[in-house]
Design a protein around this ligand. Structure first.
Ligand code: AMP
Length: 600
C-alpha cells in the first residue's frame, strides 16, 4: 500500500478509467515505483513476483505511452508458461478496455497454431507469448517484430530456468534496438544477470524491499487453496474458528461489497469497508463492529488503515497483500490491547513465493492450517445450537409451547424426547448439524508430505515446466503421467500425418480425441501416447487397424530408445477437438486427459 494515487502517476485517461473500473484504490509498491520509470520511456529492471501487482506495473504505463496506430505489434510480453500468457493477456485486455486500437493476442505452446494464425491475421498490436511458440511464429513469418516499441520479460528467472535462454536471446536480438525493455524477475540467478548485461542497456530499478518487522502476539497460519475454492474455504474457516471480531482483507473496493454479499447470503452478519464509502458510513461500520452489532468486516488496506478495535481476534488475508509491510500492518489490527490475535492467510498456488517473502521479513514461520473438517463444523454447530436453546429457555416464556409438546406427546403416544428430536431435526434444516461437506482440496506446501495427486495438481506451472522440459528434450524419454506409449509401424514415408493417426484411433476404437496424448512422427514409424490400462478388446481393434492403407503394427512400446537418426523430431500434441476428421461421441463432455481406460 502506498500514499500515491493512480492519478498522480501520469497514466493516460483511458488507462485510468480502466483502473477505476478494476476497483484498485492505490498503486501497489511495485506499481508506484515502476510506472513512472516506464512512462519516462526508460528501461526497467523490476524485482517482483506474482501477486505483487506486477502485470499492471508494466501494462498500465506501456498502454499509456506506446502508439498503437499501426497494425503491426507494438508491445511484446514474454512469459514462461501458457497459463501466465493467458492470464497476462486477459489482464491487459481489461486494462486496454478503452483503447480501441489495442488488440491482445496470446501465443503459447500447446494450442493449435492455426487458431493463433487466424487471430494474428485479424489484428495483434500486443502479443503475449511463450518463447518457444513465438520462435515457431517467427520462423513462419506469422509475427513481425520490426515495429515493436517495447518488450517485457515477465518472470525472467522462471523462463530461463525452463531452458528458454537461446529462444529469449534470439527474440531480444530480433526486436528494434530502439525498443524499450523491461525485465521482471523474483530472483537474480546468473542467467538473468547475463540477459540484463547483454540486452537491458541503461536501466532504472524498481524493487520492493521487505522491511523486517515482527508481530509476536499474533498466531499466524496459512491455507493454500485454489482461487475457485476460496469462498468455500472461508466459509469453513468462519464456522470452524472461534472468533469474536474478524477483519477480512481483500484487494479491491468491489471485492469488499461482493464478498460481504456472498457471506450474508451464507448467513453471516458482515459489512464492507472501503474507500468508496462516505466517511460517516465508514465510522458507523467501525462502531457497529466495536459494539458487537456485526462481527465480520471486509476491508481494503486503505479503509482499514489505523483501525483499532480491541475485539478483533482474527485477521483473514483473503487476498494476499502485495508486500510484507501491508501484511504486517494488516495483522497488526488483531492482538491489540495486550490480547492474543490470529492471522490467517489464504494463498493460491502461484502466490507461494510471497509467503516465503513474508516469512523472511517477519522472521517468523507461518504455520500451515488444516481446513476445518465436517466433524469440527458439526461440533461447533451443535454447541451453538445448544447455547441457542439454553438462551431461549432462559429468556422466553415457554408455557404455551410446553403444552403443545405435552399434547403432541400424548396424541402420538411418544415420549417428549422423540418430539424434541423431531423439533431439533426441523430446526437444523437450514444449517444441518451433521453437514455433508464437499472435500476442498487444500494444497500442502511440503513436497515430502504430498500425495501423488496433490503433487500433480499442486501447481500448474510445475506441470507445465515439466512438460516443456520433456518436450524440449529430443528423443522419446518421459511418457506423460497416466499414459502409455504405443508404437505404430507407419511414419512420414507412408505419408501419414498426426491427423491420420488421431482419426484412425478415434474412429476405430471410439477413443475421444481429448484422450489421445502426444504423437511423434518419425520417418519409418511413429509413437502415440494413450491412457494407461487399455482394455484388451480396444487393443485388438487397434492392432488390426489400417492407417492410410498400411497395417498399423500397433503395439505397446518397451523402453527401447528410438533410432538415433530420428531423435530430432518435434513432438506433436493432438489437442483441439474441432479440427479432427473423425467422429466425436455426441453429447459427451470431453473426458479429462488423465483418465484411465475403463473409468469412464
Ligand atoms: P499480479 O502480481 O500482476 O499477478 O497481480 C495480482 C493481483 O492483484 C491481480 O488479481 C490484480 O488484478 C490485482 N491488482 C493489481 N494491482 C492492484 C491494485 N493496485 N489494487 C488492487 N488490486 C490489484
Amino acid at each position: 500500500m502506498t500514499d500515491i494515487s493512480f492519478t498522480d502517476l501520469g497514466l493516460s485517461p483511458a488507462v485510468l478509467q480502466a483502473v477505476k473500473q478494476a476497483g484498485y484504490e492505490t498503486p501497489s509498491p511495485i506499481q508506484a515505483k515502476a510506472i513512472p520509470i516506464l512512462l519516462r520511456g526508460e528501461n526497467l529492471l523490476g524485482t517482483a513476483q506474482t501477486g505483487t501487482g506486477k502485470t499492471a506495473a508494466f501494462a498500465l504505463p506501456l498502454l499509456s505511452r506506446l502508439h498503437f496506430s499501426s497494425a503491426a505489434p507494438a508491445l511484446l510480453i514474454l512469459t514462461p508458461t501458457r497459463e501466465l500468457a493467458i492470464q497476462v493477456a486477459e489482464t491487459i485486455t481489461r486494462y486496454a478496455a478503452h483503447l480501441p486500437k489495442v488488440s491482445v493476442v496470446p501465443v503459447y505452446g500447446g494450442q493449435d497454431i492455426g487458431i493463433q494464425l487466424r487471430a494474428l491475421k485479424r489484428k495483434a498490436t500486443v502479443i503475449v507469448a511463450t518463447p518457444g511458440r513465438l520462435i515457431d511464429h517467427l520462423e513462419r513469418n506469422s509475427i513481425d517484430l520490426s515495429e515493436i516499441q517495447a518488450i517485457v520479460l515477465d518472470e525472467a528467472d522462471e523462463m530461463l530456468d525452463m531452458g528458454f535462454m537461446e529462444d529469449v536471446e534470439k527474440i531480444l536480438s530480433s526486436i528494434p534496438e530502439t525498443a524499450q525493455r523491461a525485465l521482471f524477475s523474483a530472483t537474480m540467478p546468473v542467467s538473468v544477470k547475463k540477459i540484463i548485461e547483454r540486452y537491458l542497456g541503461r536501466y532504472s530499478e524498481a524493487c520492493i524491499e521487505s522491511k523486517t518487522s515482527t508481530v509476536e502476539k499474533v498466531r499466524q497460519r496459512y491455507l493454500t487453496v485454489r482461487s475457485e475454492h476460496k469462498l468455500e474455504a472461508l466459509t469453513r474457516v468462519l464456522e470452524g474458528e472461534e472468533f469474536d471480531g474478524m477483519l477480512i482483507f481483500v484487494r479491491t473496493k468491489q471485492a469488499t461489497a461482493e464478498l460481504s454479499e456472498k457471506l450474508e447470503a451464507r448467513g453471516f452478519n458482515t459489512a464492507p469497508l472501503s474507500g468508496d464509502l462516505a466517511q460517516a458510513l465508514r465510522e458507523r461500520t467501525i462502531n457497529r463492529l466495536k459494539d458487537g452489532k456485526i462481527d465480520i468486516v471486509i476491508a481494503t488496506d486503505v479503509a482499514a488503515r489505523g483501525l483499532d478495535v480491541n475485539r478483533i481476534t482474527h485477521v483473514v488475508n483473503y487476498d494476499i497483500p502485495y508486500d510484507t509491510e501491508s501484511y504486517v500492518h494488516r495483522i497488526g489490527r488483531t492482538g491489540r490491547a495486550g490480547r492474543d490475535g490470529n492471522a490467517i492467510l489464504f494463498i493460491t498456488p502461484r502466490e507461494r513465493k510471497l509467503l516465503k517473502m513474508i516469512e523472511k521479513a517477519t522472521r517468523q514461520s507461518i504455520e500451515q492450517m488444516e481446513m476445518p473438517s465436517g466433524e469440527q463444523i458439526s461440533e461447533r454447530r451443535i454447541l451453538a445450537f445448544e447455547k441457542n436453546i439454553a438462551d431461549t429457555i432462559e429468556n422466553n416464556p415457554l408455557e404455551e409451547f410446553r403444552s403443545v409438546v405435552e399434547n403432541l406427546s400424548e396424541k402420538l403416544s411418544l415420549p417428549v424426547l422423540e418430539i424434541a428430536a423431531a423439533v431439533t431435526y426441523l430446526a437444523q434444516k437450514g444449517q444441518p448439524l451433521f453437514p455433508e461437506m464437499e472435500t476442498i482440496e487444500t494444497l500442502t506446501e511440503s513436497k515430502s508430505s504430498k500425495s501423488k495427486n496433490e503433487k500433480a495438481s499442486f501447481d500448474g506451472d510445475f506441470k507445465e515446466k515439466k512438460r516443456i522440459r520433456k518436450e524440449r528434450k529430443d528423443g522419446l524419454d518421459g511418457v506423460e503421467e497416466g499414459f502409455e506409449r504405443y508404437y505404430l509401424a507407419v511414419g512420414r514415408k507412408h505419408h501419414v500425418s498426426p491427423r491420420d493417426i488421431v482419426g484412425a484411433i478415434a474412429g476405430e476404437a471410439d477413443i475421444p480425441s481429448a484422450e489421445i496424448g502426444r504423437i511423434k512422427l518419425f520417418d519409418a514409424f511413429s509413437t502415440v501416447e494413450l491412457p494407461e490400462g487399455m482394455p484388451k478388446d480396444i487393443f485388438k481393434t487397434l492392432k488390426k487397424m489400417f492407417i492410410r492403407n498400411n497395417p498399423s503394427g500397433f503395439r505397446l512400446m518397451t523402453d527401447e530408445p528410438p533410432p538415433a537418426s530420428s531423435r530430432r523430431e518435434k513432438p506433436f500434441r493432438a489437442k483441439s477437438t474441432h479440427e479432427k476428421p473423425f467422429k466425436e461421441r455426441s453429447g459427451n463432455k470431453p473426458p479429462r486427459r488423465t483418465r484411465r481406460f475403463g473409468r469412464h
